[in-house]
Write a protein of this length. Structure first.
Length: 295
């Protein structure tokens, strides 16, 4: 057996090889079994071995899980969300979607006959569901705020495009996640950068305030929200974002530049927004009314 060839293959697969791959390389079953007994091949899943030592990193374990299933298998659902960075943690058991019924101990498998080639990517060397298909699959598991943040983070990373999501929803309108994601396609709003910005949209609706453009640009500066007709900018201020002189100065420079362009800025603090939202909404409504009256 060519140790160099096996090592090179394992290096591309996060330290793993399959029995089928070894046989294809000309390694006989007796030689494989000998290596297993000697500890140079360590069984991770049925027919999948770690070369030299067991891999503990989550991404390496994900690669092994995909190798353990059908050749058409892809990392999916919550595990795909973790690989794409949509989720900030890894949950176990890992989830893999297969085209046929293929169960493996220690792996949560899903069977799908609707997984098209456009739904499959290779990321970090691992076959995985596309970001659009991933958010479709996990949407029914998430609360509305968590789903909103997941979609917006995926869009901000440029891994999820609304055109791809729109095409997928048209193709799979009866999927349980489809009605939950339709709002993002229908509004075509720029992705928000934080949970607080997500809350702002609900705040405006709750208190019957006019719609605003969220996370957009005014006079060359990025702002949290703007009411175009009233030429009013709303900035969400948290103490943690202003604990250094640079951020403090940058914010004041932005306020002055946008004021010169005809836009007034109102700064809303986290405490006021969360502890007395009705009072904050009423004051904002008054400011908007005054701006409209002044033309």
């Amino acid at each position: 057996m060519s140790h160099a060839r096996v090592a090179a293959l394992a290096a591309r697969q996060y330290g793993h090889v399959t029995r089928a791959q070894l046989v294809e390389m000309g390694v006989g079953s007796s030689a494989i079994d000998h290596r297993i007994r000697g500890g140079t091949l360590i069984a991770v899943h049925a027919g999948v071995y770690a070369v030299g030592h067991e891999q503990t990193a989550a991404v390496a374990r994900a690669a092994a899980a995909v190798l353990a299933c059908d050749p058409g298998a892809v990392l999916s659902h919550a595990s795909a969300a973790s690989l794409w960075g949509i989720s900030k943690r890894w949950d176990f058991p890992l989830e893999v979607t297969v085209p046929a019924d293929r169960r493996r101990p220690g792996i949560r498998t899903h069977r799908s006959t609707t997984l098209a080639s456009r739904d499959i990517r290779r990321h970090l060397g691992i076959r995985v569901m596309s970001p659009a298909r991933t958010v479709l699959e996990i949407a029914p598991r998430l609360t509305e705020p968590v789903l909103t943040r997941a979609v917006n983070d995926a869009r901000l990373s440029r891994r999820l495009r609304l055109t791809e999501l729109d095409e997928l929803l048209e193709r799979m309108p009866r999927h349980p996640g489809a009605p939950l994601l339709k709002q993002f396609v229908n509004t075509r709003q720029a992705p928000t950068r934080s949970g607080w910005e997500d809350e702002l949209t609900g705040f405006l609706e709750r208190f019957d305030l006019p719609k605003a453009r969220i996370n957009t640009r005014v006079a060359g500066y990025e702002v949290d929200a703007v009411f175009d007709d009233e030429r009013l900018i709303v900035e969400l201020d948290g103490w943690e974002t202003h604990q250094d002189r640079t951020s403090f100065e940058n914010d004041r420079e932005r306020d002055a530049a946008t004021l010169a362009a005809g836009f007034v800025t109102v700064r809303v603090t986290w405490d006021r927004f969360h502890n007395d939202p009705a009072r904050e909404a009423a004051r904002l409504q008054e400011i908007l009314h005054a701006r409209r009256q002044s033309g």
